[in-house]
Design a protein around this ligand. Structure first.
Ligand SMILES: Cc1ncc(COP(=O)(O)O)c(C=O)c1O
Length: 405
């Protein structure tokens, strides 16, 4: 029987192959250090959990909630943008709460895409950026992820040669997976380009608060007039260690926000009210919880860069996000990122995300998530050192996993 049209557009998740290996190694008793998935391991701050527990006691909160987000939550998100970026938003018309930023992004694609619409998407990037539009019937044209002047010539070519002219341009800085950060000057050039060619800008700012330099990453909405063409997505998953709560936001251009809100009003009733109330409290907090999370990731980053470097696996220090993006050591690069990642599970008990899972331009790299504690990151480095030092032997003597254990 032929596969369904939509399902055919969704190839099996590359990461699944590493996950399967990881699961079978664990079942065989291996202690796999998991730097693969970007699933924060830190607990949600207690005050946020307490608020949820308090609010859930009120039966009125058990009813359907508000699809676009309760008013206090939307006001809190607008206040965050004002405080953090100096961007003024109308919480009634320019803010919508989403069930995580991933859902918001995917449903924005549903809301604005006609079959065959061309969307400019960085490569490598977080998979939903491309697949959200592919599911919506769009066509992807890959662009560079480098936030500098080299970003623009391929864009110019895309505008000249795409039929129809591109509908939207996706930005994701700080980037998952590359961890690159964009400057406000870069955003100014992007917005000028988008306005000139009448292109929608969708910015994924999921890592707005996970940065390690003195300069916090800017919002593209800080560019004067950006709101004419832009919607930006943020997430509570990383900022407040709330990945399982599914709470995010889309903010920006009223027409685009209205389109997303309309689609969502047909699909969901909003997050559970106690989650929305607890999220409101989190956003209105004094920022100390966020600073703590940031410091933990920073220490882990420093430990990873140092210990992996000493182990012979160079990891450039990421300026932001909870990921390092590391080039596969030279002698393994020909294997490609999937085979190298499998090898790391089998021979070093370390799971990473193969770069190919983020697009073909990622195949020389692996992504390392900072979701294990410092002790285990050091252990991962020791395992990798052992693997690298015995690689010649093991590479010529690849024993199947079952025989090996
Ligand atoms: C760039 C980026 N956008 C969005 C998401 C999804 O976030 P959420 O949990 O808010 O759906 C992630 C999660 O890893 C991400 O890395």
């Amino acid at each position: 029987m032929e596969e369904f049209h939509k399902v055919r557009r969704l190839p099996p998740y590359v990461f699944e192959q590493v996950n399967r290996l990881k699961a079978s190694a664990r079942a065989a008793g291996a202690d796999i250090i998991d730097l693969g998935m970007g699933n924060p391991d830190l607990p949600t701050p207690q005050s946020i959990v307490d608020k949820l527990c308090e609010v859930v006691q009120d039966p009125r909160t058990h009813r359907y909630s508000s699809s676009k987000g309760i008013p206090g939550l939307r006001r809190a998100q607008a206040a965050y943008y004002a405080r953090r970026f100096g961007v003024k938003l109308n919480p009634e018309t320019q803010v919508v709460a989403t069930l995580g930023s991933k859902e918001g992004f995917a449903n924005m694609a549903q809301a604005i895409t006609a079959p065959g619409d061309v969307v400019l998407c960085p490569n490598p990037t977080y998979p939903i950026h491309a697949f959200g539009f592919l599911m919506a019937g769009g066509v992807i044209r890959s662009i560079s992820v480098e936030p500098d002047e080299s970003f623009f010539p391929p864009l110019e070519r895309a505008v000249k040669h795409s039929i129809p002219k591109p509908l939207a341009l996706i930005l994701n800085y700080p980037s998952n997976p590359t961890a690159q950060v964009a400057t406000l000057d870069f955003y100014k050039d992007v917005i000028a380009f988008a306005k000139k060619h009448d292109i929608i800008v969708l910015s994924d700012l999921a890592y707005s608060e996970i940065y390690f330099d003195d300069d916090p990453p800017p919002s593209v909405l800080e560019v004067p007039g950006a709101i004419d063409v832009t919607v930006e997505f943020t997430s509570m998953s990383k900022t407040f260690s709330m990945p399982g709560w599914r709470m995010g936001f889309a903010v920006g251009n009223e027409r685009l926000i209205a389109a997303l809100t309309r689609v969502k009003s047909y699909l969901d009733y909003g997050a559970f009210t106690p989650i929305q109330v607890a999220a409101t409290q989190a956003l209105n907090g004094d920022g100390s919880d966020i600073a703590e999370v940031r410091n933990i990731y920073k220490r882990r980053r420093d430990v990873m860069v140092d210990s992996f470097g000493k182990a012979g696996f160079e990891v450039p220090p990421p300026p932001a996000t909870m990921f390092a993006w590391a080039k596969i050591p030279e002698k393994f690069r020909h294997l490609g990122s999937l085979e190298f990642s499998k090898l790391l599970v089998e021979k070093a008990d370390v799971a990473v995300a193969p770069g190919i899972g983020f697009g073909e331009q990622g195949d020389d790299y692996v992504r390392l998530a900072l979701v294990e504690n410092e002790h285990r990151i050091r252990q991962a480095a020791r395992n990798i050192k052992r693997f690298l030092s015995t690689a010649d032997e093991t590479m010529h003597n690849v024993v199947s996993l079952n025989a090996h254990r």
